[in-house]
Design a protein around this ligand. Structure first.
Ligand SMILES: [Zn+2]
Length: 354
């Protein structure tokens, strides 16, 4: 929310929201003009004993590689549930795993902050692929021209993440041409599912009353989500309530919540919610009770073996939690109920036809 912070300082909240909305339109309006990604083909083909051993940095990437690679890959995930990838330092075990792996796949754009340099070095001796490299650069959210100024939270736009899966399939097809057809077929199936989830997200968020579509959360992981599903995202992390500037910011957010009669703000499983607490107390002093809803899964999925421990489950959870807490009406179903309802509707239509 760097843009937003600066804009809000100079313009005040309402104008800043308007400016962000316009920027959003400009970014969306830019798609399709040139879709060149900087995806590099692998330097060598796979020549080891199958399956291909893949190390994925975060859960969302592991989920995608498994879906696209299918039976031809064995995926191991470096960072487990609740781990913050921005701060993660590789352990000795990680280094061992990476050395034994055939391929390393990251999300990229410096999400894996402390690991990025290691991965860059590793790329000289081993195929290293980042999902972000497969995406059209004009669809990335950036705060400036430097590499570090690009927002890395690309999985929060489900359709964009789907484009990443198609690009990964092409990369795997280059790396292991024997199974190119399987990678492409798997990716098509996965992307179909993601497109349905994307539609579910769009429709569900749309049931939130328009005046309530303000998404106040503790860190800046949700800008792609806000852009894709038309929510104004207000990140509060970094606002120290001890400084005067921090207090001004908290007051500005309190004003927004009270004026708009917003009912909830959101916390994430991995981020402390001290500033959210200050906002809730500020609103309470002005007679507005605000719920801290969540947790949302931002940079890590839920526990392995649970529904939230899958990419689809994590996003389903985020979509329904946000929609419910912001007063969507009717209260949203989860993604699977939504799919069942769609199937039933289709069956009814088919029945009616002679
Ligand atoms: Zn993050």
């Amino acid at each position: 929310m760097l843009h937003f912070r600066f804009l809000a300082d100079f313009l005040g909240f309402k104008q800043a929201f308007l400016a962000i909305a316009l920027l959003g339109v400009a970014v969306i309006g830019g798609c399709g003009q040139s879709a060149m990604s900087k995806r590099q083909a692998p330097t060598a083909n796979f020549s080891g004993t199958p399956p291909i051993r893949v190390i994925a940095t975060v859960g969302m990437v592991a989920d995608m590689v498994q879906a696209v690679g299918g039976e031809h890959v064995r995926v191991e995930q470096m960072m487990s549930a609740g781990v913050d990838p921005h701060l993660y330092k590789p352990t000795r075990d990680d280094v061992r795993l990476v050395m034994k792996a055939d391929v390393v796949v990251s999300s990229g754009l410096h999400l894996e902050g402390k690991l990025s340099e290691t991965l860059e070095k590793l790329a000289r001796t081993k195929p290293v692929y980042s999902i972000a490299d497969g995406l059209p650069p004009e669809l990335l959210i950036r705060d400036g021209d430097s590499q570090e100024a690009v927002d890395p939270h690309i999985w929060m736009d489900i359709s964009l993440w789907g484009q990443g899966a198609s690009a990964l399939a092409e990369w795997l097809a280059d790396f292991d041409p024997t199974h190119a057809g399987d990678y492409r077929r798997n990716a098509t199936e996965y992307v179909d599912q993601l497109e349905q989830l994307h539609r579910f997200a769009t429709e569900t968020i749309h049931t939130i009353p328009e005046s309530q579509r303000y998404f106040v959360t503790s860190h800046d992981a949700f800008r792609y989500f806000g852009r894709a599903y038309q929510l104004e995202v207000v990140g509060v992390q970094g606002f120290s309530t001890e400084s005067e500037a921090g207090l001004r910011r908290v007051n500005a957010i309190v004003n927004l919540l009270v004026e708009r009669q917003i009912r909830s703000v959101f916390f994430e499983s991995s981020v402390a919610s001290r500033s959210l607490q200050a906002i809730v107390e500020g609103a309470s002093a002005r007679g507005r009770q605000i719920e801290i809803a969540g947790p949302l899964y931002s940079d890590a999925m839920g526990e392995a073996g649970t529904y939230e421990g899958t990419y689809i489950g994590m996003m389903d959870h985020n979509i329904t939690t946000v929609a419910r807490a912001l007063g969507a009406s009717p209260p949203p179903q989860n993604f699977h109920d939504y799919l069942d309802a769609a199937k039933q509707k289709l069956a009814q239509i088919n029945e009616r036809q002679p």
